[in-house]
Write a protein that binds this ligand. Structure first.
Ligand code: NAD
Length: 269
């Protein structure tokens, strides 16, 4: 197993992509500290994992004291070491600059940018003293291309890419790698919530909306959370030992195309 003897912390581990990451890391032999705001979904994932391989820590990533406690729980699980950090927790409030709620803007900054910064800050001393240290941050295709009506989300996800690269430069000499994954549409509670705006605009239901948002992407489908977890596991493992500061798309090719080229293909072909 690729991650035997490694200890990890995964934020937002109770649902969607985070839960899939936790399952994959555990399947590769890692111990996993499952972090999130709600105990129930975390407990559910915890029950699925091999006995003794995980611990639940209810914590808000935007709260410095909570983050310190979560990292301490991970280090305790790892008998003093922490090798892998996955900053996955994220929120995506709707709104263009003119109409977004100011509190939601602050919340997105706090969870999507300050949260990963706090986790990295709390973990850094432990990562320095542990072997194969790797941090993987979950951004989005929206961190590289503006997304209509999602100003706070796109801006914070772009900031997360720079945070990752900044850390890669500052802590590379300490042997810590930092990489970022930019998923396209993935079937999760978050994307299902976001499909509601597509349904409002075009009718249909969540399924037809997921079909609509992926119909022009080269792979013509949305991802399963496990497909993102596989990329994260690669970045967490020694298979990617010479990669740092990299931005990996896992988007079915959706960001390859300039929108003007869509006129050259049949609708939904
Ligand atoms: P999700 O809503 O299922 O998962 C997000 C998790 O983060 C939830 O479990 C939530 O409780 C947790 N969380 C939110 N705020 C938190 C906080 N303050 N402290 C601790 N935990 C908190 O959605 P998902 O789709 O699995 O999203 C996971 C990550 O993937 C997010 O960063 C999201 O932006 C990113 N992403 C998702 C998609 C997609 O299509 N689903 C695409 C690109 C990027």
């Amino acid at each position: 197993m690729q991650l035997d003897g490694m200890t990890s912390i995964v934020t937002g581990a109770g649902t969607g992509i985070g839960a899939a990451i936790a399952r994959r890391l555990a399947a590769e032999g890692a111990r996993v500290c499952l972090v999130g705001r709600r105990p129930e979904p975390l407990e559910e994932v915890h029950r699925e994992l091999p006995a003794g391989s995980s611990v639940v820590c209810v914590a808000d990533v935007s709260d410095p004291a909570d983050v310190e406690r979560a990292v301490a729980a991970a280090v305790e699980l790892g008998d003093g070491s922490l090798n892998i950090v996955v900053n996955n927790a994220g929120i995506g409030p709707f709104g263009s600059i003119g109409d977004l709620d100011l509190q939601e803007w602050h919340d997105a900054m706090a969870v999507n940018v300050t949260g990963p910064m706090l986790v990295i800050r709390a973990a850094i001393a432990h990562l320095k003293s542990s072997t194969g240290a790797s941090v993987v941050n979950i951004s989005s295709v929206a961190g590289r291309r503006p997304f209509p009506g999602l100003a706070a989300y796109s801006t914070t996800k772009a900031a997360l890419i720079m945070l990752t690269q900044q850390a890669a430069v500052d802590y590379g000499p300490d042997g810590i790698r930092f990489n970022v994954v930019c998923p396209g549409w993935v079937r999760t509670p978050m994307s299902e919530r976001e499909m509601e705006s597509v349904v409002e605009l075009h009718g249909g239901d969540v399924e037809t909306a997921l079909g609509r948002v992926s119909r022009d992407a080269p792979l013509r489908r949305v991802a399963d959370p496990d497909e993102i977890a596989a990329v994260v596991t690669f970045l967490a493992s020694s298979a990617s030992s010479f990669m740092t500061g990299d931005v990996l798309a896992a988007d079915g090719g959706s960001t390859l195309l300039d929108v003007s080229t869509l006129a050259f293909q049949a609708d939904g072909a």
